[in-house]
Design a protein around this ligand. Structure first.
Ligand code: UT7
Length: 330
């Protein structure tokens, strides 16, 4: 009998646009201040993708090129590409298709996954399953969002949080027990009410009225989402540890979705992890939705060691949430 195939992460890529939007810039745009934003969220600045008709795929492409360079492969070697995003270039076709074309990844099929801030975790589990099945050898999983495209920069309750960015990982088969080992994913559509975009879908197609009513922007009831997020992310992370007979001592890194530093602190505390084991870059990038977790992996890749147990955890719109256990493979 052959050894069990797991999906190992063998390379990471990332891209953040060069333009920064700082808390001080926001002070000039809405009634807010640097101190409030820093203490309530941990954010100091975020990146914004500027440029005529630049879209989410324009961040996916450099992130995947970065990954290919690191691994020494050509985009033609990619079998499948999955993009977690809620800000696709267009309603259809999928951003994955557009990005593959721009990359010259002519042998890849691909699709998008709409799971908001859990988009990368959902996509990672799907990608890992494709590898585990034995049918595919190189699957690229991206988390990417151009949040600035759906933010109302006169709404202080949402515009201070979000930023733009993309990250990607390459999954390859492994028979030594490295890679995606377990994953608990959850969803609860009754949470839709608290975090959504009102118009632009089939329920409320775009009209002059929807534009005037600013219904093509994010709507969020922050406090309610905050409460669900603290409980959801901490519970699922604790459940993942328990189910794998692990404690905080066995975990080298927590890679949390970067929505609010207070949510991250609560999750780390519940898992018994000190802050040195928590990846945190929210201060520089804000909440890039599906981008946050792969962007952390991208920035921390040189500090990760082969064999490290890491836990990725997220909570977001849907509601969607989950936690994934990865044994680092390179
Ligand atoms: O990633 C997807 C999932 N999303 C999340 O996980 C986000 C979860 N929610 C949050 O992170 C937080 O709820 C926010 C950061 C969005 C808001 O923080 P909060 O501590 O929940 O603030 P709040 O909404 O309860 O507002 C507190 C006060 C209010 O004033 P009053 O009514 O107490 O006088 C707000 O009007 O702060 C006011 N406020 C602001 N003040 C300065 C709200 N936004 C701002 C602002 N600057 N930008």
């Amino acid at each position: 009998m052959g050894k069990k195939i797991t999906a190992s992460i063998t390379a990471v890529g990332g891209f953040v646009p060069p333009d920064k939007l700082t808390n001080f810039d926001l002070e000039k745009m809405v009634d807010t201040n640097d101190e409030w934003i820093r203490t309530r969220t941990g954010i100091e600045e975020r990146r914004i993708l500027k440029g005529e008709s630049l879209a989410t795929s324009d961040m996916v492409v450099p992130a995947v090129q970065d990954l290919c360079r690191t691994r020494g492969i050509d985009p033609m070697d990619i079998d499948c590409m999955i993009v977690g995003t809620v800000t696709p270039d267009m309603v259809f076709p999928a951003t994955a298709n557009i990005a593959c074309d721009k990359l010259g990844a002519k042998n890849a099929w691909g699709f998008d996954v709409s799971a908001a801030c859990s988009g990368f975790l959902y996509s990672l589990t799907l990608g890992a399953s494709l590898i585990e099945s034995g049918r595919y050898k190189k699957v690229v999983v991206c988390g990417a969002d151009k949040m600035s495209a759906i933010i109302d920069y006169s709404d202080r309750s949402t515009c201070i949080i979000f930023g733009d960015g993309a990250g990607a990982v390459l999954l390859e088969p492994n028979t030594e027990g490295f890679g995606v080992l377990d994953s608990i994913l959850k969803s609860d559509g009754s949470g839709c009410h608290y975090l959504h975009m009102k118009a632009g879908g089939s329920k409320r197609p775009a009209t002059i009225e929807t534009v005037i009513a600013k219904e093509h922007y994010i709507y969020q009831e922050g406090q309610a989402v905050f409460k669900f997020a603290v409980k959801g992310m901490a519970d699922v992370s604790a459940e993942l540890l328990e189910r794998n007979h692990l404690t905080g001592n066995d975990i080298a890194w927590l890679v949390p979705h970067q929505a609010n530093k207070r949510i991250i602190d609560a999750t780390a505390h519940r898992m018994g992890l000190s802050s040195e084991k928590v990846m945190l870059n929210i201060q520089r990038y804000g909440n890039t939705t599906a981008g946050t977790i792969p962007l952390c992996l991208w920035e921390w890749q040189n500090q990760l060691k082969k064999g490290d147990n890491i836990v990725l955890a997220a909570f977001g719109g849907g509601f969607t949430w989950g936690a994934t256990l990865v044994k680092w493979g390179f």
